[in-house]
Design a protein around this ligand. Structure first.
Ligand code: HEM
Length: 144
């Protein structure tokens, strides 16, 4: 399910499940001209690279082909974090996502209840009315 995973990755790039994570500064350090004292809590956010046109040209466009071949540069696509604290559930999550996608797409037809529903930012993008969908089973003939 290579292409399905490319689609899932592109969705997680545009709208990651979490906005980022936190780290404690264990010593004073300087980053980009700012001095961060020991003990401060720092926040890293996925959007700083997920939406950076240097790594993802035309970053607001949904384009699963970005994940073809070797995919994005290391540490630019980080929905599961990276490095020693990378999400240990990543591969399990991948199986769950792909199995869910497979069942949704092959067993049901989905239609947006509000076709032109707006997105609100508070600060993360979410459908303004909760993204209600009309769902109906596909006939067995279509499925198999
Ligand atoms: C789409 C699903 C998931 C996403 C997007 C996700 C994302 C993340 C992220 C961003 C982190 C923080 C990494 C960091 O601080 O550098 C994390 C940590 C973690 N995740 Fe997940 N996760 C997912 C599913 C799961 C599942 C299914 C499990 C367990 C079965 C899991 C277990 C954990 C644990 C235990 C940590 C803490 C790791 C540590 O601090 O060393 N996650 N995850």
């Amino acid at each position: 399910m290579r292409y399905s995973w490319m689609v899932a990755c592109e969705v997680m790039r545009l709208c990651p499940a979490g906005p980022g994570s936190y780290r404690d500064a264990i010593k004073d350090f300087t980053y980009s001209g700012f001095t961060i004292p020991k003990g401060w809590k720092t926040h890293w956010t996925m959007y700083s690279t997920h939406k950076d046109p240097r790594y993802f040209p035309d970053p607001d466009k949904l384009d699963p082909s970005r994940f073809e071949g070797s995919g994005p540069a290391p540490f630019t696509f980080v929905p599961f974090g990276g490095g020693p604290r990378i999400c240990p559930g990543k591969e399990y999550a991948r199986v769950l996502i792909l199995v869910s996608m497979h069942n949704l797409v092959t067993k049901f037809r989905l239609k947006k209840a509000i076709p032109d529903e707006k997105i609100s930012y508070g600060p993360f993008p979410i459908p303004a009315n909760g993204f209600h969908i009309c769902i109906e089973p596909r006939s067995l003939q279509v499925m198999y």
